[in-house]
Design a binder for this molecule. Sequence first.
Ligand code: GNR
Ligand code: NI
Length: 173
Amino acid sequence: MAILHIITAPDPRLKQLSAPVAKVDAEIRQLMDDMLETMHAAPGIGLAAPQVGVLKRVIVLEIDREETKVGPLFMANPEIVDASDDDAIYNEGCLSVPEHYADVSRPAEVTVRYLDRDGKRQDLKCEGLLATCVQHEIDHLDGILFIDKISALKRNMILRKLVKERKERENAL
Ligand code: GNR
Ligand code: NI
């Protein structure tokens, strides 16, 4: 097990399309386990492989709140196969957009099809925070961040701030 480095916006790797996993083998299982450890350490409730610089379609989720307790869930090649017509708004954050939050609207319920840690195909119906989170993670696999779903004004404000903070960190070294 290992804690991996989480990359932050604006990083070109976060804008790329990740490649499907051919098979859930020992290497992918290792990646899943390292991602779970990294997510716990952060801490976060979900993590997508591109956030640790690996452009593969792998996500992990674990929600442990009073309302919802699920996971840990390990998913390779997750896809939304059904979504509700009604939306839910959630105040989202992202480990790759540290310390910024914004309301994002997404389908309230989705069914996700994926390969689990044993390579077995699963269909899981998600609602509440899990539905929001699984859509947020799948977006990462398509190079989409939650800030891409808010106004350009707010997005650019956040990105400028992140660039400024990175420069300040570099100057402090
Ligand atoms: O830890 C996280 N919390 C969160 C809260 C609301 C909506 C989505 C998330 S996912 C985020 C971790 C992360 O960046 N996953 O990609
Ligand atoms: Ni995120």
